[in-house]
Design a protein around this ligand. Structure first.
Ligand SMILES: *[C@@H]1O[C@H](CO)[C@@H](O)[C@H](O)[C@H]1NC(C)=O
Ligand SMILES: *[C@@H]1O[C@H](CO)[C@@H](O)[C@H](O)[C@H]1NC(C)=O
Ligand SMILES: *[C@@H]1O[C@H](CO)[C@@H](O)[C@H](O)[C@H]1NC(C)=O
Ligand SMILES: *[C@@H]1O[C@H](CO)[C@@H](O)[C@H](O)[C@H]1NC(C)=O
Length: 340
């Protein structure tokens, strides 16, 4: 009797602890599963991304941006590229109001103008901000920013998610007419970590002609779900698989391609997914995309537990937003100091 009661009183709290552990483990497992699910979906459906909010694509107009069209530049750097003759030009699409993202890039991966003895320069690509509250003030601030930094190109189409294809095509036009002595250009989003050093190293041994690389999607399914950010109706694109294309977050190309892509674009109706559209132009040209030398260089997402030399081994890695770049850049500098 006595023995059992002692036994019991000893066992009770253990049971409680056990139950507590059970719930804790269950909670952790659910969390892990949700985490894995989130990351696997971002890996599986990377496609093109933008910091702009999700959109309601209902009219045909939304799927077919107004291109070709003779867009002009309100803010330009008409002579800089010709004079500087950079080896590599980084072209960064960014919304007019996103001054914060531009400033972070100017202090991080945009800062070094000479990498491995090669001149590298960058330009921000803007459209027009929507009319309304503060649009005029914003334009004035942009003029001031452009005067200070000489890195802003603003074209006269409405800057919006659905117009990103216009931005990309205007980028090819600008590169083609302003950078005759440049070997490579890269289109890169503002919320990306870029290791310019590794990029230049890769380009030093890359082909100079008909070359495009990045995260290449070979045979992505066309998304027919109306709720998807990348929804594409059959009427706009009847095939069920996209031709190979480089994900819009960051792709590099040799400078013989812009004029060729522009010529191809005259034969293909522009669709709103800018990276897919460039892929369609590449198919029209019969130019095959190139995979990077190894798969770890262009990362669609940043692993939760990035290794101790992660930032010094990649070329691009997607971040949550451009604010994160400031912190990540410090970690990268530390990794360099630690001999990575
Ligand atoms: C999208 O827009 C259409 C018409 O403008 C509207 O009827 C529909 O409810 C909207 N859908 C969503 C999900 O907002
Ligand atoms: C710029 O390049 C030099 C030499 O390549 C390097 O030591 C330095 O860390 C770089 N600075 C930044 C901000 O990347
Ligand atoms: C795209 O830009 C054109 C030209 O500025 C404009 O007419 C159109 O409304 C824009 N579309 C969207 C969805 O912003
Ligand atoms: C610069 O570009 C022009 C026009 O494409 C070309 O004729 C010239 O040879 C180039 N110069 C150098 C140094 O690459």
């Amino acid at each position: 009797m006595m023995q059992t009661s002692v036994h019991k009183s000893e066992k009770m709290p253990w049971r409680k602890t056990k139950r507590w552990w059970f719930w804790l483990m269950l909670f952790l497992m659910m969390g892990t599963l949700m985490f894995i699910f989130y990351y696997s979906t971002t890996e599986v459906w990377p496609l093109s991304r933008s910091s702009e909010s999700c959109n309601n694509l209902t009219t045909a107009y939304d799927f077919f941006p107004a291109y070709p069209h003779p867009y002009g530049f309100i803010m330009d750097e008409p002579h800089r590229c010709r004079q500087e003759r950079p080896f590599l030009v980084l072209m960064i699409p960014v919304a007019p109001h996103n001054r914060g993202a531009r400033d972070v890039i100017r202090m991080t991966w945009g800062k070094n103008t000479t990498v491995q003895g090669h001149v590298v320069s960058y330009y921000f690509l803007l459209g027009l901000s929507e009319e309304g509250d503060g649009a005029e003030v914003l334009e004035e601030q942009l003029l001031d920013e452009s005067w200070r930094h000489h890195d802003i190109l603003q074209s006269d189409f409405m800057d919006s998610y659905k117009n990103l294809t216009i931005k990309t095509m205007v980028m090819f036009e600008w590169l083609n007419s302003h950078c005759p002595n440049t070997s490579y250009a890269m289109k890169i989003d503002a919320d990306i970590f870029l290791n310019v050093h590794n990029l230049v190293l890769m380009l030093m041994t890359a082909p100079r002609h008909l070359f495009m690389t990045g995260c290449v999607a070979w045979g992505s399914a066309v998304l027919r779900d109306h709720d998807s950010k990348w929804y594409m109706p059959v009427s706009a694109f009847p095939e069920s698989i996209y031709p190979p294309y480089a994900l819009g977050l960051g792709y590099v190309f040799s400078m013989d391609l812009p004029i060729k892509i522009l010529e191809a674009s005259l034969h293909i109706k522009a669709i709103y997914l800018e990276d897919v559209y460039v892929g369609l132009c590449m198919r029209q040209l019969g130019v095959t995309l190139t995979d990077p030398p190894h798969s770890g260089l262009f990362r669609v997402s940043t692993p939760f537990f990035a290794g101790s030399c992660y930032w010094s081994t990649v070329i691009t890695s997607m971040l949550q937003d451009s604010d994160q770049l400031r912190d990540v850049w410090e970690i990268y500098q530390t990794q360099l100091l630690n001999g990575c």
